[in-house]
Design a protein around this ligand. Sequence first.
Ligand code: MF3
Ligand code: CO
Ligand code: CO
Length: 256
Amino acid sequence: MLKSKSQPLSLEEVKKMQNVGRLAGQTLLFIAPYVQAGISTNELDRLVYQYTIDNGAQAAPLGYHGYPKSVCTSINDIVCHGLPDETILKDGDIINVDVTCVKDGFFGDTSKTFMVGNVSENAKKLVEAAEAAMFKGIEQVAPFNTTGDIGFAIDRLVTRSGYSTVKEIGGHGIGRKFHDDPFVPSFGKKGKGDVLKPWHCITVEPMVNEGVEEVDEFPISGSTIRYYRTKDRKLSAQFEHTILVTDKGFEILTRV
Ligand code: MF3
Ligand code: CO
Ligand code: CO
């Protein structure tokens, strides 16, 4: 079992996490009306960059392990880390927009899958299952519960809905670092994995595939970050919140 080296957050640090978490959530609210057929993902990137700066923060993806953009935009069969480019959104697409802000030395990470115009019934159900799965996972967050409890709850809902969870990528500790221990899987066994500690933060971010769980990895030029697509090229959807483990349960820092 991984032992987190990080200390519990002080009250002041909790306030900083609440502050940056709220800004990340507000960034998703800000971008929502722009996520429409006809816009390019580069334009979404520019808007997120500017909004973040205007609010006294920085977009954490920019320059992170050489990642060249301020946000991840993952369309249809892209599972995560989709790179903004000149691709134009079209009616019927689903797109995950993943925003991470850093302010006062602390990170807030949140994402949501948007439906562009009229999407298929299949796509809508997948997106709804991904969001429900994230909340099922979040409900398991409490001091001395485990990452396995979260993963188990997520995977059960997803499997019962007829979908699959991505295994090799998942949630993570977050705070003074963008990505920290523990790994927060979207599958697992009750009581297994890492124990959740009060006054630490994690993300819960299940990636839910319409078809097979397997993914293909692709390089991003100039970066050690890779992006992922479903192996069968069917759809994938994801939602993410940053969660504070409190003394009694949890607080969703990126919900606004
Ligand atoms: N926001 C992603 C996550 O949820 C990480 C993106 S790393 C980047 O962990 F470099 F691709 F931005
Ligand atoms: Co994350
Ligand atoms: Co994220």
